[in-house]
Design a protein around this ligand. Structure first.
Ligand code: ZN
Length: 442
């Protein structure tokens, strides 16, 4: 973005923040939170707004990456098998374009990539990459909800809709944060189990994928705001709906701490070699670490010392295992505009023909609502130990991964409303088949 245009954005942002502060922060107890308010006047009391200008934060955000030893690299990779091999070096694949694959890698991963015979077409330090990519939007992204704001909004939604909503902690993160789960059920509240068919939405397995938290929160707000609409009220009456917007709360907070985007993916586990983090979406017990993941702790795709070694994935495990009524699951990630279904960890189609048909039909329909591309996960690359393979293999849940739209992990606030709108439609469709996904075969 050109300099004068950027200045205009800063001025508008400053004006906008002031208006939003006055208008909706904090919401009075009992006041209805409107869906359009969420989209158009997003809560903006990010602490950074108070003492740092956008420009100051932008500089500090980039400078913070000066000592980060990762590179943004582009490698020639012909197909999913080559991309799987790249993941196994510890490369963090972010973008795939025909014969080119780009993402983050440390020196050890780059050495392995070259050892395996790939050619690295280009590489820049993450510092150089950030200088280029953090310029185009207000780096504080005040419209996004941090952990405190997410907690506040969920509490407000539960408090304002006691007839239908309740909030409980599904467990604690490594650093002791509550993993909040909003439940929508007309008869059962909190952790009490229900025999109604269940749907489960989860965001933020990966720290820097902040848009996933916004989509999950947007869905919660939408369903509650439309709780009296004929269609939504039917789902709220007959289904058991769970939303965990921010699973990897430690990582998400670490990623934005002090206004510094760190492009952090994993949780905040300090590994024995002093590197940070386990990749939560490689830590599930489904062909754990057998492909598309790395045993090396510093790798971005580190699967952890064992399956379910991390409290965040254990929380999901316990949550799913104690709720036999769950039929559907959506795990939000960003970014690639994809609607993915199992297998992720196997290079073969689902063995069960009926299940494969249901998965494909649901993915196709949800992709229609969002404009994303539906496909089997492993068509991208093989990645073992992810949420959806585990949920399907162990519990028979129709479990999907959505890779949201955008062209960056930090796409700015403007993208939120569009991403929420499309994905809410897809989610409502998922609810419409949750009672019996097999009805799609009839
Ligand atoms: Zn992700």
């Amino acid at each position: 973005m050109k300099k004068h245009a950027f200045t205009t954005v800063l001025l508008l942002t400053a004006l906008y923040s002031t208006t939003v502060f006055a208008a909706i922060r904090p919401a009075a107890p009992g006041s209805a939170l409107s869906f359009s308010q969420l989209l158009n006047q997003l809560p903006a009391n990010h602490p950074l707004d108070l003492n740092l200008s956008e420009a100051d934060t932008n500089i500090s955000a980039v400078e913070a990456l000066r000592s980060d030893d990762r590179y943004w690299i582009t490698v020639s990779a012909a197909d999913k098998y080559e991309r799987t091999a790249l993941l196994e070096t510890g490369m963090d694949i972010v973008e795939i374009n025909a014969s080119r694959t780009s993402g983050f890698a440390r020196k050890e991963a780059m050495d392995l990539i070259l050892e395996k015979g790939f050619s690295i077409e280009s590489r820049v330090t993450i510092y150089e990459y950030a200088k280029k990519h953090l310029k185009d939007f207000p780096p504080t992204d005040a419209a996004y909800h941090n952990y405190t704001e997410t907690t506040g909004l969920l509490r407000e939604l539960a408090a304002n809709n006691p007839d239908i909503a309740s909030l409980f902690s599904a467990g604690k993160t490594l650093e002791g944060r509550d993993i909040w789960c909003l439940r929508l059920n007309s008869t059962e509240k909190g952790e009490k189990t229900s025999s109604k068919p269940g749907a489960f939405f989860v965001g933020s397995h990966h720290a820097r994928e902040h848009l996933t938290n916004e989509v999950a929160l947007g869905l919660a707000v939408y369903l509650l705001e439309h709780k009296n609409d004929a269609e939504i009220s039917k789902y709220l009456e007959t289904l058991d709906i769970y939303i965990i917007p921010m699973l990897n709360a430690d990582g998400a907070e670490y990623d934005i701490a002090a206004g510094k985007y760190r492009w952090h993916r994993k949780n905040t586990r300090v590994n024995p070699d002093k590197s940070m983090g386990v990749d939560l979406n490689r830590n599930y017990d489904s062909l754990w670490c057998r492909g598309g993941a790395s045993h090396s702790p510093s790798a971005e795709t580190y699967c952890g010392p064992s399956a379910f070694s991390e409290p965040e994935t254990v929380a999901v495990k316990k949550f799913v295992e104690t709720r036999k009524n769950l039929k559907t699951l959506m795990s939000y990630h960003s970014y690639s505009s994809l609607l993915l279904y199992p297998w992720a960890g196997k290079d073969t189609p689902l063995e069960n023909e009926n299940d494969r048909k249901v998965f494909a039909e649901m993915a196709r329909t949800m992709a229609d609502f969002t404009g994303y591309t539906p496909q089997q996960s492993s068509d991208l690359y093989v990645a073992t130990g992810d949420t959806t393979d585990w949920a399907y293999a162990t519990s028979g849940i129709f479990a999907f991964t959505t890779e949201l739209e955008g062209n960056s992990f930090y796409p700015g606030a403007a993208l939120i409303s569009r991403a929420v709108a499309g994905n809410v439609k897809a989610a409502v469709y998922m609810l419409s088949v949750t009672e019996d996904p097999y009805k799609l075969l009839r």
